[in-house]
Design a protein around this ligand. Structure first.
Ligand code: ADP
Ligand code: MG
Length: 366
């Protein structure tokens, strides 16, 4: 059969839209494809349409428009249990009348896996989530976090080619969550499982994923590897949503190639890299990461300096976090590494701050 889509796509959303009420689109023209083995995270605020996308891929919701393909074949009309997808959803309940081990064995029985193989796989999956001693318990005898770990083990036990996870670690404490993040990505990569993972936690998305699709308002705002999202956000939403970010508002006064000049609201002029500004006179928000700012800098002749007033200094051990007033913005934050010779600033102190023009990105104004 001829393949009309991207040939290396294992999962593909093509022009997918979804409306629950026949009026509002909660997913708007989604185009997204994943090669086999990729770990892709859908990241975005609550209500941005992430779960809806996952439910459509799983088959529990139907797309209002467009097509979803698995291995080049449209699955729009294939019921969930025939898609061969492993799933861990926020409220994906375990079978209450079965023990933990029986819950895990179930997907293997359905797939006609022999008893000894089954037992080995169940044991391995339980060990993976550190629940090796809990095989004979029932779900009601487990905490919420433990149940979620079993749900995770059950999704992976039959080694599916595609696994969908919707905020699976939300109920776990920080230490276990970080351990599980590592285990999940390791396991997915070593087994060659393609994973679509949903979270609203940007740290989780950045640390686990090959690529991240940042969602807002039913649309993908940017689709990129974690470092690119952080270093080169393509709009103001992504810049604000991923990591800590400083914003200065102003107007473009000069624009030439990969260089523009922005006049800030207090009259100060700064140079920036134009990202999505296209003409002189346009309002813009320039974005600078806290760790790219230097105090009383020696950055060379191209660098800017701006006057700033220290509002707050916080000693955080490995870093110092200083809040400043810069061009009317009282939430301007800088982070400096704690070195023996690093000055500790004091509230009220006036300083110069600076950065390299390429670290300063002129984005859309809203
Ligand atoms: N079953 C449903 N019926 C009606 N509206 C829904 C349903 N599920 C989600 N929505 C709405 O669709 C939008 C996207 O929701 P969702 O996909 O759950 O977002 P996210 O997972 O990013 O928080 C929200 O406005 C939500 O209220
Ligand atoms: Mg959700």
């Amino acid at each position: 059969m001829p393949d009309t889509g991207a040939s290396d796509a294992f999962v593909a959303f093509e022009r997918v839209q979804k409306s629950y009420d026949g009026e509002t689109l909660v997913v708007k023209d989604l185009n997204l494809s994943l090669p086999k083995g990729e770990f892709l995270t859908m990241l975005g605020p609550s209500g941005s349409g992430k779960t809806t996308c996952l439910m459509m891929l799983a088959g529990f919701e139907t797309a209002t428009h467009g097509e979803i393909k698995l291995d080049g074949v449209s699955i729009n009309n294939i019921p969930p249990h025939k898609r061969g997808i492993g799933m861990v959803f926020q409220n994906y309940a375990l079978f209450p009348h079965m023990t933990v081990a029986e819950n895990l064995a179930f997907p293997l029985e359905v797939r006609k896996i022999g008893k000894s193989d089954r037992e080995a796989k169940v044991k391995r999956a339980l060990d993976m989530v550190e629940m090796g001693d809990f095989g004979s318990r029932r779900p009601a005898q487990l905490s919420g976090g433990q149940q979620q770990r079993i749900a995770l083990a059950r999704a992976l036990v039959f080694e599916p080619e595609l696994v969908l996870m919707d905020e699976p670690l939300g109920a776990l404490d920080k230490q276990l969550r970080e351990k599980m993040q590592f285990e999940i990505t390791n396991l997915a990569h070593s087994l060659g499982i393609t994973t679509v993972y949903v979270t609203h936690d940007q740290t989780e998305a950045l640390t686990m994923s090959d690529r991240v699709a940042v969602f807002n308002d039913g649309r993908i705002q940017q689709l990129a590897p974690p470092d690119e999202l952080y270093e080169a956000p393509s709009n103001s939403f992504v810049a604000q949503f991923i990591g800590e970010n400083n914003t200065l508002e102003g107007t473009v006064t000069q624009l030439k190639g990969d260089h523009c000049t922005v006049q800030l609201e207090n009259g100060a002029m700064i140079d920036a890299k134009p990202v999505n500004v296209t003409e002189v006179g346009q309002k813009t928000r320039v974005s600078i990461r806290p760790e790219r700012v230097e105090v009383n800098p020696e950055l060379g002749p191209d660098a800017h300096t701006l006057k700033a007033k220290v509002l707050e200094f916080v000693y955080m051990g490995d870093i110092f976090r200083t809040r400043l007033e810069v061009a009317g913005n009282r939430e301007f934050v800088i982070k400096t590494r704690n070195r023996a010779d690093q000055e500790r600033l004091k509230p009220g102190q006036e300083v110069n701050i600076g950065w390299l023009p390429e670290d300063c990105r002129a984005l859309d104004a809203d």
